[in-house]
Design a protein around this ligand. Structure first.
Ligand code: ADP
Length: 274
């Protein structure tokens, strides 16, 4: 009787363990597949500019008696080299945001400085397209987090807004504080009047290397890693990034992050509880 009762208790437990094990294996396999895809993507993305550089250097050598052709090829070599530099830099950024704990050296970061830095980063590109950039909202708010990572995240959103917009449009950055029971959030919304994103693509643009139009993205120096970095930074700060968009009308990317004062307040109260 005793043994039967025990095995009756163990059997369901056993099958649950098997189920957990199977789920674990499926998850492990999925992670492995994602890793393999990533490595394949990186190799492909690296090979393209390197291959182009190699062909172009041959072309330069063959055209040594034609200075105009040499200049043209050299110009294209510069573009490919820039592309390679961007890609390597974004890969480093991505690996950093994936591996470092951003809250290890978290500090209150003034939103005004993040916005100014992001606008500065795009000033040249916006200027050549006559795009107006305007920031509005509570200027004295502070986000709780890693300054470098937050700057990279907002910089990517503003850069995309400029890249995927036609000439003589407007890019707006709106900042506000949103009261939340668990601590206030700061909302930074980047709005453009650009090409927009279809519903189908909206689900995928945050994936590494996913681009709606690979040729257009490459032409503007895009790597397909920017939004993956933004999403990672938002999540690791306890925030999120969301997108609203209408094709042909424009997009708004909204970054929600914990406000500095609230985050510290929460920590203090946690200490009081223990
Ligand atoms: P990329 O380096 O190609 O810009 P991202 O990861 O930053 O890579 O963005 C992924 C894709 O999402 C882009 O290739 C583009 O198709 C789309 N996208 C991003 N931001 C915008 C935007 N503001 N308007 C329209 N499309 C966008």
């Amino acid at each position: 009787g005793e043994a039967l009762a025990v095995s009756a208790r163990v059997a369901p437990l056993g099958s649950r363990l098997v189920l957990l094990l199977v789920e674990d294996l499926t998850e492990a396999r999925r992670i492995e597949a994602v890793r393999r895809d990533f490595v394949a993507n990186v190799s492909h993305e690296l090979k393209t500019p390197v291959g182009a550089l190699s062909l172009l250097s041959e072309a330069v050598m063959d055209a040594s008696d034609d200075p105009e052709a040499v200049e043209r090829f050299a110009g294209r070599m510069q573009i490919e080299a820039t592309r390679l530099t961007n890609l390597v830099q974004e890969l480093i950024d991505l690996s950093r945001v994936q591996n470092d704990d951003p809250l290890e050296d978290a500090e209150p970061v003034p939103v005004r400085e993040l916005v100014a830095e992001a606008v500065d980063r795009c000033r040249h590109q916006a200027g050549t397209k006559e795009i107006t950039m305007a920031a509005a909202g509570a200027a004295d708010l502070r986000v709780w987090g890693n300054r470098g990572q937050l700057a990279a995240a907002l910089g990517n959103l503003v850069e995309n807004a400029v890249n995927y917009s036609p000439a003589r449009t407007r890019v707006g950055i709106a900042v506000r504080s949103v009261a939340q029971p668990g601590g206030d959030l700061i909302e930074i919304a980047v709005t453009d009047q650009g090409i927009g994103i279809s519903d189908k693509d909206k689900e995928r643009i945050f994936e590494r290397f996913y681009r709606v139009d690979p040729a257009r993205s490459r032409a503007t120096g895009g790597t397909g890693l920017g939004l993956a970095i933004v999403k990672h930074v938002a999540a690791s700060h306890g925030g999120e990034v969301t997108v609203w968009s209408a094709e042909g009308q424009g997009s708004t990317f909204t970054l929600r992050l914990p406000e500095a004062r609230a985050a510290r307040g929460r920590r203090a109260s946690e200490r009081d509880d223990s």
